[in-house]
Design a protein around this ligand. Structure first.
Ligand code: TRP
Ligand code: SF4
Length: 366
């Protein structure tokens, strides 16, 4: 059966290897050592695939001007899945990329049918969370889609000429005017940095969850078609695995009890964590004998993605688990303490940033 990725749905991916094959995404494994990619997402295969990231890294190392651009629909509040993208931007910025962040309010308005005022308020919060996570705002740009200038909108109009309805259907399945415009808007997000007016960054990397790959396939095709007219180049991309909900199923906005949000009260977050699905056995006795199954465990997933950056420490948790030396109760307590520290630290920074966030992003006029 073939896999479909729906950037507007809630994608659950069973088999990432198959996904690479199906869509011609390159495995990150092949280049991690070669380019000394030192972030734990690369080393642990959390970022598992890419398109042309090697070419982008070549440009970075030859000191060309390179950029990383990604976006967020400002609906709901950011959770630990959103924070993966913040984390990636922070890393790429430290490596020397110019960072630009899109608040996709036009997309959320059209596709999620959200109210304008709420979108603007939450857009500011998404930006404040990004800064609190560690993106240096003095060296980054942030914008609302609906606040962009005319050249960006001109791109959307121009792009519309060189895509067909059949092509859109082949990429996205069912389409509607709202989805088509949202998709072309995202293409403009990804490509506009290449125009002189917006900085002339020719090498743009898009770090995203793999559910966004359909947009990148479209963007790369459109870039090819405007190579001559506008001098556009294909963007590069990196893809991370989608953090699952705490019950092991796909994370979804309609099930907030299974996601840890960056603005959850700490006690609530801890409670969610304590109720998470583990790879533990039915009884303590059995677990001491057989060991746990960390690869089925959401606590271990949290350790891997967010809570333990040191590889030796993670390996120790893994071996203690599979050998039955540690049981889930104690292991969860340890995770809860780490989570508390992360959230408290984040909250303190967020509270400092939120009051001055409008220094870094201009609000749309209506
Ligand atoms: N579609 C993205 C989402 O669902 C948001 C987005 C808009 C985006 N423009 C982008 C992501 C450009 C990456 C690059 O959250
Ligand atoms: Fe998960 Fe920890 Fe239990 Fe192992 S011991 S299954 S890692 S909670």
């Amino acid at each position: 059966m073939s896999i479909t990725l729906d950037p507007w749905g809630h994608t659950a991916v069973e088999d990432y290897e198959k996904l690479l094959e199906e869509f011609g995404i390159k495995p990150i494994k092949d280049i991690v050592d070669f380019y000394s990619l030192d972030h734990h997402y690369f080393k642990r295969n959390v970022i598992f695939g890419h398109r042309d990231f090697d070419l982008w890294l070549e440009k970075l190392s030859s000191k060309s001007r390179v950029a990383a651009l990604t976006g967020f629909m400002p609906s709901g509040s950011p959770h630990l899945g959103t924070a993966m993208v913040y984390e990636e931007l922070k890393y790429l910025q430290q490596k020397g990329a110019h960072v630009k962040v899109v608040i996709a309010d036009a997309e959320a308005y059209a596709v999620r049918r959200e109210d304008r005022n709420g979108l603007i308020k939450r857009g500011l919060e998404f930006v404040a969370h990004a800064i609190a996570w560690g993106i240096n705002p003095e060296e980054a740009e942030f914008y609302f889609q609906t606040n962009m200038t005319s050249s960006y909108y001109r791109l959307i109009q121009m792009f519309s000429r060189k895509v067909t309805e059949a092509e859109m259907r082949a990429i996205y399945g069912e389409v509607s005017p709202a989805k088509i415009i949202a998709a072309l808007t995202q293409v403009a997000d990804i490509l506009h940095l290449q125009l002189e007016e917006y900085g002339g960054y020719k090498y743009v990397l898009v770090p995203v969850g793999v559910d966004q790959d359909p947009h990148l396939r479209l963007t790369r095709d459109i870039a090819d078609r405007f190579e001559h007219e506008l001098g556009l180049k294909r963007p590069a991309s990196i893809y991370h695995k989608l953090l699952r909900g705490l019950d092991g199923n796909k994370m979804s906005k309609s099930r907030p009890e299974y996601a840890i949000h960056l603005d959850d009260p700490v006690e609530l977050a801890e409670k969610k964590l304590i109720n998470a699905l583990t790879g533990g056995r039915a009884t303590a006795e059995e677990q001491r004998k057989l060991g746990g199954e960390p690869l089925k465990c959401m606590i271990f997933e949290l350790y891997t993605y967010h809570l333990v950056k040191d590889n030796n420490e993670l390996r120790e948790i893994y071996t203690d688990c599979v050998s039955g030396k540690i049981l889930c109760g104690a292991c969860k307590k340890k995770a809860a303490a780490k989570l508390r520290e992360l959230l408290v630290d984040h909250r303190n920074k967020y509270n400092e940033v939120i009051n001055q966030v409008e220094k870094y992003i201009e609000k749309p006029s209506f």
